[in-house]
Design a protein around this ligand. Structure first.
Ligand code: BJW
Length: 243
């Protein structure tokens, strides 16, 4: 096998299912911040004050401000899918086997790039839900503490459709089923600090015997768990790897 194998070198079975996990690093070159880099979101905000259910109860104004700001950032016309998002959408369209893309990102850049078999395991920034009823709807604009729910009419219950610490990530059954059956697991642009996503590499390796690949700017916390790795910017690594 070549020193820096690409997807085709690793996957000789051309129909093998592929599971891809992405994190904030894939959207960095589109102009969105990561979380744990020195210039990241957690350098400016305290996680416990904006990304927990307890924070939403004690200071909903701050939590809404945090997500309103990020929603506005996502609407910046300069924020567009980059070469890495586009390469993954192309892979899904062209690979003869299943490709499941699981993103921890709440931005909509994978969808805009054309990925269809996509799970937003930490939710979606442009959606809201209601703590009082079962509303889940698109919400591109600002949200405030007093905004009444468009379905049940009650104020105070609307929240961003995002998964905070201590909450259950979305579609876990479907994700674990795909991990247990894949031939290749690729992790892109994630620091490997947040579970359960950080544990997916072990599941793919142990349950499916899958080959595992990390594509990241630098070795992640779980780097030694991967069979193969390449380090550099996602816009260079991803198109080259899936080409
Ligand atoms: C580039 C680049 C470029 C830069 N190119 N690369 C097991 C052990 C220990 C703890 C736990 C455990 N299981 C669960 C936990 C608790 C907790 C957890 O993991 N804590 C850890 C901090 C220890 N997990 C949870 O609470 C999760 N829920 C859960 O497990 O439910 C089950 C359960 C429920 C109830 C009771 C018991 C169990 C939920 C986690 C929710 C995460 N939420 C956030 C914020 C919400 C969404 C938002 O506002 O955006 O999600 S936190 C934040 O981190 C966000 C991200 O999706 C997530 C991951 O970050 P990511 O994507 O990895 O970003 P960074 O910044 O960390 O890394 C970026 C990487 O890119 C870096 O490596 C750079 O080098 C690289 N990079 N530029 C390529 N150009």
């Amino acid at each position: 096998m070549p020193l820096n194998p690409n997807l085709i070198d690793i996957l000789r079975d051309e129909k093998a299912p592929i599971v891809i996990l992405t994190g904030a690093g894939i959207s960095k070159e589109s102009g969105l911040h990561t979380f744990r880099d020195p210039d990241g979101i957690w350098a400016r905000y305290d996680i416990s004050e904006v990304a927990t259910p307890e924070a939403f109860v004690s200071n909903p104004d701050l939590v809404h401000h945090f997500y309103n700001d990020r929603r506005a950032g996502l609407h910046d016309p300069d924020v567009q899918p980059n070469a890495a998002h586009l390469a993954l959408a192309r892979l899904e369209a062209e690979w003869p086997g299943d490709v499941l893309l699981v993103t921890q990102n709440i931005d909509d850049l994978h969808g805009r790039a054309g990925s269809k078999n996509l799970i937003h395991m930490h939710g979606e920034l442009l959606k809201i839900c209601c703590n009082h009823c079962d509303l889940l709807t698109d919400w591109p604009g600002d949200l405030a503490k007093e905004t009444p729910c468009p379905r049940c009419g009650k104020p105070g219950g609307l929240r961003p459709h995002v998964v905070w610490f201590g909450e259950m990530p979305l579609e876990m059954e479907r994700i674990y089923a795909a991990l247990g059956d894949c031939g290749l697991f690729i992790s892109i642009g994630t620091s490997g600090n947040v579970y359960p996503a950080a544990g997916f590499v072990q599941v793919a390796h142990e349950e499916a015997g899958a080959e595992t690949v990390e594509l990241n700017l630098e070795p992640s916390s779980g780097a030694t768990s991967f069979d193969h790795s390449r380090y550099g910017p996602a816009t260079e690594l991803v198109p080259a790897f899936v080409a």
